[in-house]
Design a protein around this ligand. Structure first.
Ligand SMILES: [Zn+2]
Ligand SMILES: [Zn+2]
Length: 139
């Protein structure tokens, strides 16, 4: 299924309209491997929709995330990033410039076998992040 059909189907299932803004934003995410922030999406989408505001971009991104289309990668105080890939995969994140990229491969399924959590803590998932310095920053 191509990105536009997918977007249309999912929005319809949630009773939402496929607006020009939502389409442009989702296309931008699908066409990028940079895991852009809302500001970066705003900059890219303004080429197509000149008068779109950052607030509109934020709202549309949250709507798309709520529909499960992109996932949102939150990093504490830093700006969240958005990822059109929703399959399980790992990321590298540069500690200096903050760039986020996909890493290939998977970890063994029993990775967490040695970890115990508080008895009443209900585990939903486990996030693994590979942190370090990207090629530009390591130099
Ligand atoms: Zn870097
Ligand atoms: Zn990713």
């Amino acid at each position: 299924m191509d990105a536009d059909t997918m977007l249309h189907t999912v929005l319809e299932r949630h009773g939402l309209r496929q607006t020009a803004q939502r389409t442009a934003i989702y296309r931008c995410l699908r066409g990028s491997s940079q895991h852009p922030t809302a500001e970066q999406v705003h900059t890219a989408v303004r080429v197509k929709i000149a008068n779109i505001s950052l607030a509109t971009v934020y709202k549309a991104l949250e709507t798309l995330v709520a529909c499960g289309l992109p996932s949102k990668l939150a990093y504490g105080d830093e700006a969240a990033r958005y990822d059109a890939r929703t399959d399980d995969h790992f990321h590298t994140r540069c500690l200096r410039c903050g760039s986020v990229h996909d890493a290939a491969g998977s970890l063994p399924a029993d990775l967490l076998s040695g970890i115990s959590v508080n008895g009443d803590f209900r585990v939903q998932a486990c996030r693994v992040e590979i942190i370090g310095y990207c090629g530009n920053c390591a130099a």
